[in-house]
Design a protein around this ligand. Structure first.
Ligand SMILES: [Zn+2]
Length: 378
């Protein structure tokens, strides 16, 4: 057993003082006021913040590795790097690529999930594409975009359907309705992204089963007072969650605050959408199969479009606090809400008795001090 002492504990969006967190195996066994008589290894939080581990729904790479590399090493290194930055679980995210390459990635992720690995826990895959709108492809490869259909989906994922947790689709493309309904039925979170859908199409898509918006504001029609599009539809519709990249490059701080006002911290998930350059310096990299140039930490393809970020998850939290959000809301958006988006909020995203022992301890400067993944100190 382990006991975390001398910290301020995040529970249900608030801070608890003078509470110790008792960890037994991979589970939070109890929250106690003074666990002095318990026989357990003491983890000193040094007066810092004891938070539920961050959950990253959208990450392509780090440290020179990309999910689409098609190697187990890539997946393992991304898991390790994520944990060093406070992420305790994540969805390795594919980009729109060839069927062969995507399937190779899925195979590697499944292999890693089955075995032992260090770092953040892999909860499944986020497929970003290939069922997106060409007009809003961003840095996704146009030649590999496919028409949405159940057949095309199964052709891409057969043998690996069990690890698909989340998918980004454009609901306005012909065939999307049938596919969205099918995926929703399978328990996969369907997110709108790389889409030109108008407000009315979004409202229909919500009925079909879309419940989330991939990197809200980016890769979609801009918010316009006569044409609210995906952004207006998501803000307007209760229960729809949105994802934000908080590198302060993809979205102006005012628009981040606006989104959070509209959706609340409980309706907003902060992601990194980070690529291979994350953790390294400027230079030339690949995002999936696409050449990307990183300058001053900003990743772009040749045409100039942004190509993911070089943001870390703890950096994302510090940015959101810097622009005026409360730390409680920040933690909610990095942990509690993403857990809800993919339906794991009954055991992740909170410091609560019976929950997974996925815990990040932050110091007073919001830097990562210690991380526990499934009860193991990383
Ligand atoms: Zn992405």
């Amino acid at each position: 057993m382990k006991v975390i002492k001398n910290g301020i504990v995040f529970k249900d969006g608030r801070w608890l003082k003078d509470v110790d967190v008792l960890v037994d195996g991979n589970i939070i066994k109890d929250l106690l006021d003074g666990a002095d008589n318990v026989d357990a290894e003491v983890i000193d939080a040094n007066g810092g913040f004891v938070c539920p581990g961050f959950i990253n729904l959208h990450i392509h790479g780090a440290m020179g590795y990309d999910v689409m590399d098609g190697t187990e090493d890539a997946i393992k290194e991304i898991a390790k790097f994520s944990a060093e930055h406070g992420t305790t679980s994540f969805l390795p995210t594919t980009t729109t690529g060839s069927i062969g390459r995507t399937r190779k990635s899925l195979e590697m992720i499944k292999n890693v999930m089955k075995g032992k690995y260090e770092g953040a826990q892999i909860l499944g895959v986020h497929l970003e594409g290939p069922f997106i709108n060409r007009e809003y492809k961003g840095a996704q490869m146009e030649e590999h975009i496919q028409r949405p259909s159940i057949d095309n989906y199964l052709n891409l994922t057969h043998g690996f359907e069990d690890i698909v947790k989340h998918i980004t689709v454009a609901p306005e493309v012909e065939g999307a309705e049938e596919l969205i309904k099918y995926l929703k039925d399978k328990g996969i979170t369907v997110s709108m992204g790389h889409t030109g859908a108008d407000y009315d199409t979004c409202m229909k898509a919500f009925e079909w089963g879309v419940s989330h918006v991939t990197h809200c504001y980016n890769g979609m029609v801009s918010l316009h007072h006569r044409n609210p599009g995906v952004i207006g539809a998501a803000f307007d519709r209760e229960g729809i969650t949105v994802e934000l990249i908080t590198d302060l490059i993809h979205i102006h701080p005012a628009m981040l605050r606006l989104a959070i006002k509209a959706k609340g911290a409980g309706g907003t998930a902060i992601v990194t959408d980070s690529m291979a350059a994350t953790g390294l310096g400027d230079g030339q990299y690949l995002l999936g199969e696409k050449q990307v140039w990183v300058k001053d930490g900003i990743a772009r393809i040749e045409e100039g479009n942004l190509a993911g970020s070089t943001l870390t998850h703890d950096g994302a939290l510090r940015n959101i606090v810097d622009i005026g959000m409360s730390l409680e809301d920040g933690i909610t958006m990095l942990s509690t809400t993403p857990a809800k988006v993919i339906g794991v909020d009954d055991h992740k995203g909170n410091i609560e008795k019976g929950y997974d022992a996925d815990i990040v301890i932050l110091d007073r400067d919001l830097k990562v001090d210690k991380v526990l993944v499934q009860g193991d100190l990383i």
